[in-house]
Design a protein around this ligand. Structure first.
Ligand code: PGA
Length: 255
């Protein structure tokens, strides 16, 4: 059975208290999920609490962003060193909300990806087309461009783990989802491009789908050979709903 990764992107939700309550409830069911790579990405302010709760479980901690320097004059930013100090293993980079709402540039994304590898963290690098680009039939070229720009100049020789999330912008938080077939095409196109960087060693690459994932549709995505799991936003905010997604994904893989 292929390795399944389910990452919860909590975005700007949950206080420390809410984080603790959620993770305690989730941990009570941990035996059921120990064959799945479950990653929680709370806001920075809850990382410490989440690390305390996840300590000695199989579950991993992720951050939603970081800057590329270990320290310095970057008011309001968080460094890879600080994240590692909090037990963080994964970092979401280039999420469309950062690209399109907060104006993150591809130069910044490229520096962040370089730093992620330098600090032995695992990126969850988000790529995906806008509605306009989709309508123009240019999805593939946009994904390829985001990969080229993101990974420009990076030396992959020591890189063991790369996670890329295909997240069509029009599907995020909208209730609309891509089809399994769309995800399969995007995955094939990502894989072909990444082959050049990782010399065909695809065991180092995992591809997720993201965009309005819920328990009713996760099966369609993880049944695709090239999709290893999902990055889940809204539907990861309630324990029952996230647990439903993990169960449905595991069930789809058993079929
Ligand atoms: P959504 O968000 O599941 O709420 O669409 C996904 C994401 O932004 O990663």
């Amino acid at each position: 059975m292929k390795e399944l990764i389910l990452a919860a992107n909590w975005k700007m939700h949950k206080t420390n208290q809410e984080t603790r309550e959620y993770l305690r409830k989730f941990k009570a069911m941990q035996e059921e999920f120990n064959s799945t790579e479950v990653v929680f990405c709370p806001p920075f302010t809850s990382l410490r609490t989440a690390d305390e709760e996840l300590y000695s479980t199989f579950f991993k901690l992720g951050a939603q962003n970081m800057v590329w320097e270990s320290e310095g004059a970057y008011t309001g930013e968080i460094s890879p060193l600080m994240l590692k100090d909090l037990g963080v293993r994964y970092v979401i980079i280039g999420h469309s909300e950062r690209r399109w709402i907060l104006g993150e540039t591809h130069e910044q994304i490229n520096k962040k990806l370089q730093a992620v590898f330098e600090y032995n963290l695992i990126p969850i690098y988000c790529v995906g087309e806008t509605e306009e680009v989709r309508q123009a039939g240019e999805t593939e070229s946009m994904i390829l461009k985001q990969i080229e720009e993101g990974f420009q100049g990076i030396d992959f020789s020591g890189v063991k783990n790369i996670v890329i999330a295909y997240e069509p912008v029009w599907a995020i938080g909208t209730g609309l989802t891509a089809s399994g077939e769309d995800a399969r095409h995007a995955s094939a196109c990502i894989k072909e491009k990444m082959d050049n960087y990782i010399n065909g060693d695809v065991t180092r690459l995992k591809i997720l789908y993201g965009g309005s994932v819920k328990k009713e549709n996760i099966g369609e995505f993880v049944s695709e050979a090239g999709i290893h799991g999902a990055l889940v936003g809204g539907a990861s905010l309630q324990v029952d709903s996230f647990v439903g997604i993990i169960r449905a994904a595991q069930e789809a893989l058993r079929k």
